[in-house]
Design a protein around this ligand. Sequence first.
Ligand SMILES: [Zn+2]
Length: 157
Amino acid sequence: MRLRTIRPEFVEFVPEVLTPGVLYISILYATATHSCACGCAEKVVTPIRPTDWSVIWDGETVSLDPSIGNWSLPCQSHYWIRRNRLVWAGRWSRQDIEAGREKDRSIKLRYFRGRGRKGDPSPVQNRTADRRVSDSSLVDARRPRERSDRSPEDSPA
Ligand SMILES: [Zn+2]
């Protein structure tokens, strides 16, 4: 059953068993994790980064931007989290997904080029932070995969 609401829970480590309707936010690992809101219970990990998702927490409710397109899951569900509410979006066609990935690639390319610029105040610091995130067992980074779209990563088997 599709969920209609989700609530934020700030954690250091994401629990093994995810409670549906909870968005686990780890500031330390810069990730938000939830059990797929369609009810299929797949683990959905959304990295919080300038090139991925942003979390907006107003003290009571949470929003995630942009939308979450679970194209790598069988359910193919697509929704926004807006002030603790799930706003369901239509499924995307193959073309939509490809177009979205293409757009995302160019966003990332621009971002990472910009970071390499001379005079960047803290490139080394940024890189260290990134490495810590990918080393974490929270994020499914053990299987290297192309990170060129905004589909959340698959959960570890
Ligand atoms: Zn699902």
